[in-house]
Design a protein around this ligand. Structure first.
Ligand code: PGA
Length: 250
């Protein structure tokens, strides 16, 4: 089965409004004829700037996180209602920087996943092992746990709006990319986990992005692998010069 490719840019905590507008305007032009599915995920403070520039184009608007509750006394958090109001379509959840630097556990991430799906968002659920976990032979087990727990209580209908991003933590922002073979092996494993949970048709349809130092010169080799259906791009998403060639990989 052929799955569509999905290339997403995670801008993390970068850019001011004018920088974000400039990058977005360039991306709209550069990706106009792009054949894949595209997303940019700017900081919360930039969403209102980026939204009108990509409205009606082939680029979706993503957020990098959301609160686990709809609204209320949650100082410093941003709610799904506020994100919907800004036109956000997709929410990245469980990013390794949230898991490891801000101590988000699988239960919290699962709560956010369910809330985001309930409000009609697409979710990119990130999973991935630490270097010591890989070296201890636990990469598959870690990704399985994060997938199973992240999706607990999500039914097969809502799974249609879930994308998984495999991001080995040791490859994020380090310049070290997983080899296409190693990445594909984990993607295939995660697909098997989805098949066990939801059946083969759902697993066959599941988009699994790879993330971790994706660059213009390694994108095509990664994407050539059977189970790699796109990329979640950090550093290289900050410039049109590097994001556009990844988005239009041949
Ligand atoms: P990177 O980040 O491309 O800079 O490694 C990827 C990510 O964290 O999503």
């Amino acid at each position: 089965m052929s799955r569509p490719y999905y290339i997403a840019g995670n801008w993390k905590m970068h850019k001011t409004r004018s920088e974000a507008a400039e990058l977005t305007e360039t991306l709209v032009k550069e990706l106009k004829d792009g054949k894949h599915k595209y997303l940019v995920a700017p900081s919360f403070t930039l969403l209102e700037t980026v939204a009108p520039i990509i409205r009606g184009t082939n680029i979706l608007l993503g957020a990098q996180n959301c609160a686990p509750e709809e609204q209320g006394a949650h100082t410093g958090e941003v709610s799904v209602l506020q994100l919907k109001d800004l036109g956000v379509q997709t929410i990245i959840l469980g990013h390794s920087e949230r898991r490891h630097n801000y101590k988000e556990d699988d239960a919290l991430i699962n709560k956010k996943v369910k809330l985001a799906l309930q409000h009609g968002f697409e979710v990119i659920l990130c999973v991935g092992e630490l270097l010591e976990e890989r070296e201890a032979g636990k990469a598959e087990a870690v990704c399985e746990t994060q997938t199973v727990k992240g999706l607990e209580g999500v039914d097969v209908v809502n799974l249609n709006r879930v994308v998984i991003a495999y991001e080995p933590v040791w490859a994020i922002g380090t310049g070290k990319t997983a080899t296409p073979e190693d990445a594909d092996a984990i993607h295939a494993y995660v697909r098997k986990v989805i098949a066990k949970l939801y059946g083969d048709p759902a697993a066959e349809k599941m988009i699994i992005q790879y993330g971790g130092s994706v660059k213009p010169d390694n994108a095509a080799q990664l994407m050539a692998k059977e189970n790699i259906d796109g990329a979640l791009v950090g550093g290289a998403a900050l410039k049109a010069d590097t994001f556009a060639p990844i988005a239009k990989f041949a």
